[in-house]
Each structure stands twice: as C-alpha cells, then as structure tokens.
Design a protein around this ligand. Structure first.
Ligand code: GLN
Length: 454
C-alpha cells in the first residue's frame, strides 16, 4: 500500500531519492512468514520505514544529497539501520535532504527540492524534509531523520509530523555520515507520539562502535507515552522560554503556541516563564562550531578513495584532481561552510572564534541546568514561521539559518527535544509545531507531555 502511495504522489512530493520496492516487498513477505509461524514479533515488525539518505545502507545508494557521493553503495549498515532490519521493518527507500544535512528547506539537495505535501509550493523544512514529507504524505508511516541543529524538529513542525531529537549519545551515530560530530543525533519522524516512542526505544541504546555512545538504557519511553495519553499532567512544572517567544515570531505561530500552553494548564500542569539569557548567542556559536567540525569531516571527500572523481585535462596532479572534484561535487552551501570552518580554525583565529563559541556552549548548558532546577520541561514554538514558499530564502543564508533559532540550543547542550503538531495557522492553514525540551537522559518526559498535548 505504501509503495502504491509512493508511486501515486512522489512524482509531486519528491520525498525519496531512492525507492527499494523489491527489497521492501521481500522484507514484508519475511515478516508475514514470521507472523504466520507464530514467532515472537517486535511491535513494529512489518511496519515500513523510510531512511534519510545520510545513513549508510548495505546495497542501497547513500548520497547525503550530494553529487560527490552519487552512485556510492556503502559496504556497511548504520547501527540504527541494522536495528530496524533486525526488528523486521521493511525499508521503503532513502529520503531527500539538504546536501550533507546543511539547510532548513531541503532546497540545498543536489537532486532537487522536496515539496511540502500540505502545499506543493512550500518547503518541507530541512535538512530532513524528505523524511518529514514522506510521513506527512502517507508514503511511509515511520522515518528516520538526523538532527544537528533542528533537522528533525523543524521539518516536523512545518509538515505537521512528530519529530524527536534524542539525548546526545543515546542513539548510535555509527554509519551516520557526520555533519558535526558533537551535535548530530539520529531520531524518529512519525505521525504520533507513541509511534516515535516505539521507534526511539528500538534504535536507542549503547553501541560499542560509537565512542560517544552513552551506556544508560533507553527504556520507559513507550510507557511514558501511554501514561501521557491519559491527559493528566498534574504536578508537572512547565517553563515557557522567555527568549524563544514573542518578537521575531510570526503572530499566527504565537497564537497556536499560546493555545498549547493553555492546554498544558488545563491538563493540570503548573506553567511559569523561565529565562535562558545565553540562548540569544546560540546561533552565533552554532555557526562557528558546526562549520569547524564539518570542514574537517568533509576533508575525506578527496576523490582518491570513493565518490566523484573529476580529472582535468593535461597532466593533472593529485591536488588538481581533488580541487576539480570538490569544486564539481559540492554545492554552494557546503563550500560556504567549509570556508567558514577552515577560517575559524586557522591559527591565530582559533581562540577568537572557536574558543569563544565553546564558552557560549558552556553558558547555554548552564542556562538549561538552571532552568531545569525550576521546571520539569521547557516549551517553545519549534519554528518561527509556517512553511515558507520554495525559493523565498535561497539567496539569503542568514534568513535560512534563523529557522533554527529555537532548536539549536538543545544540540549545543546535548539535551533531548520533540516537536509536536499544534494545529494549523489561522492565516495560511499550514501546520505549526510546539517544541518540548527536557534534561539530558530524561527523554521520557517529552513522551509523557507530548502524548498529553497531542
Ligand atoms: N538547519 C541547520 C543547519 O543548516 C540544521 C541542520 C541539521 O540539523 N542537520 O545547519
């Protein structure tokens, strides 16, 4: 049914870069056989899933939305991919994304943009617009995304889906082609909070192949979602982040957000305002730390080992080949960040830029710690506006970066976050998302509150 749906709508939506109909059908048949046999099944056995094209998959192309990896077939599965395969989830295919996960609209994909299924002239968010659009368009019931600065939560907000960034290190990054190692997390994209909890528990847990993997067990999320679904939030303390509401936010987004806050009060939560003064510097710190890490990560695309190789005429040196290949293979946004990161890390500038950004990061962690002494969860709108028209911010990198104002602090601090649909705007009828944030390793709180709000 999902393959039929993909065949019917993906020509318009373009959520997928690669569809594996044959593989999905044979995995589905294997699941049917297990069911007929009376085998013990995982709750999601046989439920199809779409996978962001930044996660490696044996036998399926993995492009990261870039020309530089066109045609590359990874020889290994990401740990999360291994886990979904072992649990019997058929993989429908790989989803579109901004090149190397840099962007907020999926327009930086080298393979053309994904469209928002709610309105095809609008962006689906980014960088994981393909995963969010696939779920929103009913092409897949579940998807995997990655969130370095908001790439699961912001697409979730603008497509009316649920998106979760787990606690840093609680889901393995092995086989995730790194954007920025200290910020990246894999997480679920679904239509309900309970679906996210089921998928999150499945993909979470310690992985010896990821040196930043936490050892704490990832459990209790499904129970928390079920408890929250009763709609009782008595005794819960919620903090509205003062710095992430009000000015700079679209009035229709704020109206929906305020309705969600009212609902929290109605369900018995005690809602107060909380201040996190360092959050206003989060964007500036992020756009130094991220380019610094990605400029180093992307150095491996040198045309010598794998990926695109462009050989200039004449008698080119290895350096000429690298230069021509990287020039042809990387898009403008990727080049912009490599230049920025290389500059920020260069000797003489390291302390002034990277060092300062790391100090801001510590201040943001301290803000979170202080806030969580007062409240159990924090709440804000996920994204400053509803889905904007395709092309509207393509020539203005700063305007594009602003989309992640509310989502970036959690990546800098390693804390978990979720975006939940909060209804549609009274201006354009497009979805608005509300973001919940919890302390490190307290992901279960997001599911309890999320399921109550849903
Ligand atoms: N939009 C942000 C960026 O461009 C977030 C990216 C992400 O989370 N992968 O960096």
């Amino acid at each position: 049914a999902h393959l039929d749906r993909i065949a019917a709508v993906d020509g318009d939506v373009h959520a997928f870069l690669h569809i594996d109909a044959e593989g999905a059908l044979s995995q589905a048949a294997a699941s049917d056989a297990r069911r007929a046999n009376g085998d013990a099944l995982h709750a999601l056995d046989g439920v199809p899933i779409a996978v962001k094209d930044v996660l490696t998959t044996i036998g399926l192309p993995t492009t990261c939305g870039s020309k530089i990896l066109e045609g590359w077939i990874p020889p290994y599965d990401a740990t999360v991919v291994k886990k979904i395969k072992n649990a019997g989830l058929p993989i429908l295919g790989k989803t579109n994304m901004d090149e190397f996960a840099m962007g907020s609209s999926t327009e930086h994909s080298a393979y053309g943009p994904t469209k928002n299924p709610w309105k095809l002239d609008r962006i689906p968010g980014g960088s994981g617009g393909g995963s969010a659009a696939a779920v929103a368009a009913f092409e897949a019931p579940l998807a995997l995304g990655t969130d370095t600065g908001g790439s699961i939560r912001q697409p979730g907000a603008v497509t009316g889906t649920v998106g979760v960034k787990p606690t840093y290190g609680s889901v393995s990054r092995y086989g995730l082609v790194a954007l920025a190692n200290s910020l990246d997390q894999v997480g679920p994209v679904t239509r309900t909070v309970l679906d996210s909890a089921l998928l999150h528990e499945l993909i979470g847990g310690h992985d010896p192949l990821d040196s930043t993997s936490t050892t704490a067990p990832v459990t209790g999320l499904v129970d928390a979602a079920r408890a929250g679904a009763t709609g009782d939030l008595k005794g819960l303390k919620v903090g509205v982040i003062k710095e992430l509401a009000g000015e700079g936010w679209a009035p229709d987004v704020m109206r929906k957000f305020n309705e969600s806050v009212d609902l929290l009060t109605k369900l018995g939560a005690d809602v107060v305002e909380v201040s996190t003064p360092s959050f206003e510097h989060a964007m500036a710190a992020y756009y130094l730390i991220l380019p610094a890490e990605c400029s180093s990560n992307l150095a491996k695309f040198d045309a010598m080992r794998y990926g695109l190789r462009v050989t200039p005429d004449g008698d080119p040196s290895a350096e000429d080949v690298m230069k021509a290949s990287r020039d042809a293979g990387f898009g403008d946004e990727v080049k912009r960040r490599i230049i920025l990161g290389t500059y920020a890390l260069s000797s003489g500038y390291y302390d002034a830029y990277y060092g300062q950004a790391q100090k801001i990061r510590t201040l943001i962690i301290e803000d979170f710690n202080k806030a969580f002494e007062q409240v159990d969860v924090l709440v804000s709108p996920t994204s400053p506006s509803t889905a904007f028209p395709l092309g509207a911010k393509l020539d203005d990198p700063l305007a594009m970066y602003m989309q992640d104002l509310a989502t970036i602090p959690a990546n800098l601090a390693g804390t978990p976050g979720i975006s939940i649909p909060a209804g549609v705007s009274d201006v354009d009828g497009l979805p608005v998302g509300v973001q919940l944030l919890a302390p490190v390793l307290e992901d279960a709180r997001l599911y309890r509150v999320g399921a109550a709000l849903e």
